[in-house]
Design a binder for this molecule. Structure first.
Ligand code: CA
Length: 226
């Protein structure tokens, strides 16, 4: 069952959304303010987040920004009462995937939800083969080449690279990388991530000291910028 988190403080809209989505077979959870929504989005992997802009304590823009900074790439559908172009642009710049103006019809909402979930899915197959610079990675076969010459990457390095490329141009925190690559149940020192990133850079970057693909993001972690 696909999981949808709704972050919305208006009771009537929240209830209508919950009912409609549950009827369609989605597993729905909800939050009525920004911090609680951010917490729930972090706590459990969601397939989609419906996020209102005007929220108590932390607005939707802030929630969106923080989620992306934390490396959470879940599709976000933003809601607002105003059809302000500036809101739309800001939301999309902060990493939201789509935008809907209230009031909306349940049919329109469901269509957008389905489209976003569908769009989020095929990312995996697209990721089988990946090229950047003179590097070629086949994630399915676990094969990598640089300048046409095979290079040896460990399973862990493939996984680390996959996670970064999946979140291309978005900062992924060390914790998010640990969860995605090592698993949430395992305790690993966040510095371990740095060690493996450094090894990965030596293998795929022309100049590991001045990386072009695996970029450091101060105070956060890393991002792929190929
Ligand atoms: Ca609101």
């Amino acid at each position: 069952m696909e999981k949808i988190l709704i972050i919305e403080d208006e009771e009537s809209i929240l209830m209508a959304l919950e009912d409609n989505l549950r009827l369609e077979g989605y597993e729905v959870s909800s939050a009525k303010d920004g911090p609680r929504g951010f917490y729930l989005a972090n706590e459990q992997a969601q397939d989609l987040i419906i996020l209102d802009i005007m929220l108590p304590k932390m607005d939707g823009f802030e929630v969106c920004k923080k989620l992306r900074q934390a490396g959470i790439a879940t599709p976000i559908l933003m809601l607002t009462a105003k059809s302000r172009e500036a809101d739309k642009v800001l939301g999309l710049e902060l990493g939201a995937d789509d935008y809907m103006t209230k009031p909306f019809s349940p049919r329109e909402l469901l269509a957008r939800v389905r489209a976003l979930l569908r769009r989020a899915k095929p990312q995996q197959p697209d990721m089988d083969l990946c090229r950047f610079g003179d590097v070629e990675i086949d994630f399915k076969k676990y094969e990598a080449k640089k300048g046409g010459t095979p290079i040896e990457l460990s399973a862990l390095e493939f996984s680390l690279l996959h996670c970064l490329i999946r979140n291309k141009d978005r900062a992924v925190s060390r914790d998010a990388l640990l969860d995605a690559v090592w698993g949430e149940q395992v305790y690993v020192d966040p510095r371990t991530v740095d060690k493996h990133i450094s090894q990965l850079r030596k293998k795929i970057e022309d100049d590991p000291q001045a990386p072009k693909f695996i970029l450091g993001v101060r105070g956060v972690g890393y991002k792929f910028g190929g």
